[in-house]
Ligand binder design. Structure first.
Ligand code: GDP
Ligand code: MN
Length: 387
């Protein structure tokens, strides 16, 4: 789960990280009023789940409330296109109006899960502000890392090491930087983050240390234990199909190709996508119905996969263990009756009650349904039918 910058700023503020004052608004008038309240120079920032806003023109420094008004008008009526959005861009519904700060230096500080080392890692760099991927590629030596014990978190000697790497020699600034690092790590541990990033952390000419942009995401499987995060969830920024699937206990992931995949189990989903690619096809999505799927959930699964306009063919690959093949067959038949198959649907079923399932499908005599012998046959057939 992701949250917006303004929400991440709240969590940082609670953890003792200094952040300039700001307001969240949804109209140009409200933006102008917020700028008046803050006073002085302000910055208007689009609140969307994509970075690269600065370069896209969706972070704008403004000298007056009138300027804030027109910046807000622009951002709320134009889609933002950045390297992280795709060519179609994304609509902006909310803006942050924050007190602008004078920047002397920009730094990068973040905590992420290092999956290879199986623990969190803190990464810091003096080359903040720019995308960290670029720094990592062109100047990897400019990033300093500290791996954290999963339970003990950030230890004193590590904090000192990171402060030195960031180049804070002034005693007060070093102290302030230490507070930021501890605050960020606290947020990461407390809320089960996958990522907690401040980019940039800045130093003002007066020597103040402030977080002026933050990005966070959280382990979906841990959100249930954080009421505060549940309240921050913004369904309007999520893929509507993924939400619809979630409501029915299904896992749906949207991809870029044209073959819909309906499978049970994550491992089978991975191998299904691999074999589709091996036969020259590209998955449009995969929908994992899970182990103990009901007929209703399975029917909804077909509706979701077939509703995707990119889908030119579907591969149903079910290994009936706990999920019964006949349940899936019944769902297929219901879905065919209800929504009709407007594209070829290749079906490979194996496992519990497969004989009964085959009988049901044969009796139903659904046009566009193509039975497959095995997985290879299924992949070949679906790829041939979308080509
Ligand atoms: P991002 O491009 O989506 O990562 O958005 P950021 O919030 O990080 O802003 C991008 C850049 O805009 C920052 O790296 C700064 O250089 C600049 N910027 C943002 N806020 C301020 C501010 O208050 N004052 C000044 N001088 N620059 C700012
Ligand atoms: Mn940023």
């Amino acid at each position: 789960m992701k949250i917006h910058e303004y929400q991440a700023r709240e969590l940082l503020t609670d953890a003792g990280v200094p952040v300039p004052p700001s307001h969240v608004v949804q109209t140009p008038d409200a933006a102008m009023n917020a700028a008046r309240q803050i006073g002085g120079r302000t910055v208007v920032k689009a609140q969307v789940f994509a970075g690269g806003r600065g370069k896209a023109g969706f972070v704008k420094l403004c000298e007056s409330p009138e300027e804030v008004r027109s910046a807000a008008e622009f951002m709320l009526s134009n889609r933002m296109v950045s390297p992280q959005t795709g060519a179609e861009g994304i609509a902006v519904k909310r803006l942050l109006v924050a007190a602008a700060v004078d920047i002397e230096s920009e730094y990068y500080v973040a905590v992420v899960v290092d999956r290879a080392k199986r623990c969190p890692v803190v990464m810091v760099s003096r080359e903040g502000g720019v995308e960290i991927e670029v720094v990592a590629k062109e100047n990897p030596g400019a990033i300093e890392k500290c791996w954290l014990h999963p339970h003990m978190g950030l230890l004193g000697f590590q904090t000192a090491h990171l402060i030195t790497a960031l180049g804070f020699t002034d005693k007060d600034q070093a102290k302030a930087a230490g507070k930021v690092l501890r605050g960020l790590v606290d947020v990461f541990y407390k809320y089960d983050c996958g990522l907690a990033e401040i980019n940039p952390l800045i130093r003002t000419p007066e020597g103040e240390i402030l977080a002026i942009d933050a990005k966070m995401n959280f382990d979906d499987n841990a959100v249930f234990r954080h009421k505060q995060l549940q309240e921050m969830f913004d369904p309007t920024e999520e893929n509507p199909m993924e939400l619809r699937a979630k409501d029915h206990n299904l896992s749906y992931i949207a991809l870029d190709g044209n073959i819909g995949c309906l499978v049970n189990g994550a491992g089978l989903a991975m191998s299904t996508m691999d074999i589709i690619k091996l036969h020259g096809g590209e998955p449009a999505n995969f929908l994992d119905v899970g182990g103990s799927v009901t007929a209703e959930e399975a029917t909804e699964a077909f509706r979701i996969v077939l509703a995707d306009e990119k889908v030119k063919g579907v591969l149903v690959n079910i290994f009936g263990g706990i999920a019964k093949c006949d349940t899936i067959a019944e769902a297929l038949i219901t879905a065919a009756k209800e929504v009709g198959f407007n594209v070829p649907v290749v079906v490979r079923l194996e496992g519990t009650n497969v004989e009964r399932a085959r009988e049901l499908l044969k009796e139903a005599n659904i046009s566009q349904l193509i039975p497959a012998e095995d997985l290879t046959d299924a992949a070949a057939k679906v790829c041939a039918n979308v080509a």
